[in-house]
Design a binder for this molecule. Structure first.
Ligand code: 5GP
Ligand code: ZN
Length: 119
C-alpha cells in the first residue's frame, strides 16, 4: 500500500529527506517544508491513502493515532499552549498533496482565524 509517485510515500520510505519528528509502524510526523506558523508539522499514515474520502475501517488505527500523538508532539515542538489541526480534502479543501496528512500548527502567539468570515 504505497504509491511510487507520491511524495509523502517517498518520505515515509526514506527516499526523500524530511525533518522527521516521530515514526512508528502506523504513522510518521515531519516538519512542513513551507511552515505557516512557528510550529508546523504534518502527521501522515505510512500507508498510502489519497484522501479522507477513501478512508475505510482498516485505516482507523493510523488515523486515530494521528490524533492520539498530536498533543504530545505539539508540546515537544514548542506549542504547549494550544495548536490547531487541519486536514484539507479535495479541491474545495485546497488539498495539494494527495496522501492524507494532518497539519499541526502552533504559536507561541495565537493563530489567525480559522477561515475568513464571509461578508
Ligand atoms: P495541503 O494543502 O495538501 O493540505 O498541504 C500540503 C503541505 O505539504 C503544504 O503545507 C506543503 O508545504 C507541504 N509539503 C509539500 N511538499 C513537501 C515536501 O516535500 N516536504 C515537506 N516536509 N512538506 C511538503
Ligand atoms: Zn502516498
Amino acid at each position: 500500500m504505497t504509491d511510487p509517485n507520491c511524495i509523502f510515500c517517498k518520505i515515509a520510505r526514506g527516499e526523500i529527506p524530511a525533518k522527521k519528528i516521530f515514526e512508528d509502524d502506523d504513522v510518521m510526523a515531519f516538519h512542513d517544508i513551507r511552515p505557516q506558523a512557528p510550529v508546523h508539522f504534518l502527521l501522515v499514515p505510512k500507508e498510502h491513502l489519497a484522501t479522507l474520502y477513501e478512508a475505510q475501517p482498516a485505516h482507523q488505527q493510523a488515523l486515530g493515532k494521528m490524533l492520539a500523538v498530536a498533543g504530545r508532539l505539539a508540546r515537544e515542538a514548542g506549542a504547549g499552549e494550544g495548536f490547531r489541526t487541519i486536514i484539507n480534502t479535495g479541491r474545495v479543501g485546497h488539498q495539494e498533496v494527495y496522501h492524507v496528512h494532518m497539519h499541526v500548527l502552533g504559536g507561541p502567539e495565537p493563530l489567525g482565524p480559522m477561515l475568513q468570515r464571509r461578508k
